[in-house]
Design a protein around this ligand. Structure first.
Ligand SMILES: *Cc1c(COP(=O)(O)O)cnc(C)c1O
Length: 437
């Protein structure tokens, strides 16, 4: 029941909600998924399990259970009694060192522990980096389709967003020609998510090299912007392209690399991530970005100290078999997904996923009866088949769908079978051969 506000009209109070927060939350994936799930009739006779192919949290499935060595590392950190304290704002020194060494393994130069700042997962890393770059009039280049948390944080910080396209017919590579036209003197950074969410692509070395040199060497426009490299899915690749860190090009263009243990170790609830300066030329210190980043850390919350304390052991002790196993399950489920989707007439999949946990597919609404758009499709699919997928509008690609395949193989098969029968139930009669004459 609505209260009467003690007889005072809402507008008469001195406090008001923060409008920029209201705008930012409309970009939230969680909000849309909640809306879709609300279509499911809880009183229904349908007792089949719900199949969550919407947001990617593989940790709930037994086949993606984290490495026992990682669990042991956290248990010993807790038992030691050494990590009940507050941590330094930048993170515990041994954890910073362990992450610097771990990431240096893929780079032509060595990172120092001082290049690493610990955060509450990759999400807080995004929050910090976007806030650090916020200045009046600034704009930032984001991929479309893309991970909308960047757009939400930019909206909150009052940074203008400009979208560059990822090209479905070219393995979701960046439309580099379009990129040049977008940037101007107020452009501060470009975001690259690799391996990709939502597209499931892995960029080649050549493509990343081309993108990074364009940002600096383009003499006509002198873009001179930095790259924010979201590598939260680092090494989760299972196609022909190996993972190449953007830090490889840190001597060409300054790179802030963002990551976390959430995806590779499948522990998103542990909330440990990082911001790393990949910047052998020291541009980020000269421009005081590093100082500003530390200032932000001074006024924000740190990740739990015992998880920081466990990081060196998590990295050192985790058996290679764990990563191999995760990748082999993802390869298997990506195959299941791709093969099954090919059987569905009203859905097309431009490229087979080669990394991360997602695939983007296009809906052909002209073949469907009584479905207006992607949101309507997802709402009815949830209601009729208890399968939850994400409408493309939430990642900037209307009338597409994002499907996660980081799901137990048997559930995935069940979910895709239901998706198929939903599509055939709603397909237009006119497309059936019987009417051809
Ligand atoms: C999951 C995800 C994040 C957030 O990672 P956390 O460590 O769970 O905060 C950031 N970026 C992308 C592209 C993601 O998919």
């Amino acid at each position: 029941m609505e209260k009467d506000g003690g007889g005072v009209a809402a507008g008469e109070w001195r406090f008001q909600p923060n409008e920029s927060l209201m705008a930012a939350s409309s970009l939230s994936v969680r909000g849309v998924l909640t809306e879709i799930v609300a279509n499911i009739d809880n009183e229904s006779e349908d007792t089949r399990p719900r199949i969550p192919l919407g947001h990617g949290d593989a940790s709930v499935f037994p086949c993606f259970r984290t490495a026992p060595e990682a669990v042991d590392a956290v248990v010993s950190a807790l038992r030691s009694g050494q990590y009940n304290c507050y941590s330094p704002c930048v993170g515990l020194a041994p954890a910073r060192r362990a992450i610097a060494d771990y990431l240096s393994g893929d780079l032509p130069y060595k990172l120092s522990p001082d290049d690493v700042y610990l955060t509450n997962g990759c999400a807080q890393a995004i929050e910090i980096v976007v806030s650090v770059l916020a200045r009046p009039g600034a704009n930032i280049l984001l991929p479309r389709p893309g991970y909308q948390f960047y757009a939400a944080r930019a909206a909150y910080n009052g940074i203008e967003v400009r979208y560059f396209n990822l090209l479905p017919e070219s393995q979701w590579e960046v439309d580099l020609d379009g990129l040049e036209a977008l940037a101007d003197e107020n452009t501060v950074a470009m975001v690259i998510v690799n391996p990709g969410n939502p597209c499931g692509n892995t960029f080649t070395y050549q493509h990343l090299a081309k993108a990074s040199s364009l940002l600096v060497a383009n003499t006509a426009k002198k873009l001179r912007i930095m790259i924010i490299a979201d590598e939260v899915y680092e090494h989760l690749t299972f196609g022909s392209n190996p993972f190449v860190p953007m830090g490889m090009f840190g001597d060409v263009v300054p790179v802030l690399t963002l990551g976390s243990i959430s995806k590779r170790w499948v522990v998103p609830g542990w909330r440990l991530g990082w911001i790393v300066t990949n910047d052998p030329n020291g541009v980020l210190s000269q421009t005081k970005i590093v100082e500003c980043l530390k200032n932000y850390l001074d006024i924000s919350c740190d990740p739990a100290t015992f998880v920081q304390g466990a990081i060196p052991q998590i990295i050192k002790n985790t058996n290679d078999d764990f990563l191999r196993h995760t990748i082999s399950v993802l390869r298997q489920t990506a195959d299941i997904c791709y093969d099954k989707l090919k059987e569905i007439d009203c859905i097309s999949c431009p490229s087979k996923p080669e990394g991360s946990m997602f695939v983007m597919v296009k809906l052909d609404l002209s073949r469907l009866e009584g479905i207006h758009d992607d949101m309507d499709f997802c709402s009815k699919l949830a209601k009729e088949e208890l399968v939850i997928v994400l409408p493309g509008c939430t990642v900037g690609f209307k009338n597409w769908l994002r499907i996660t395949f980081a799901v137990e193989p048997s559930s995935l098969e069940d979910g895709l079978e239901r998706l198929k029968s939903f599509c055939s139930k709603h397909s237009k009669r006119s497309s059936s051969p019987a009417i051809r004459s």
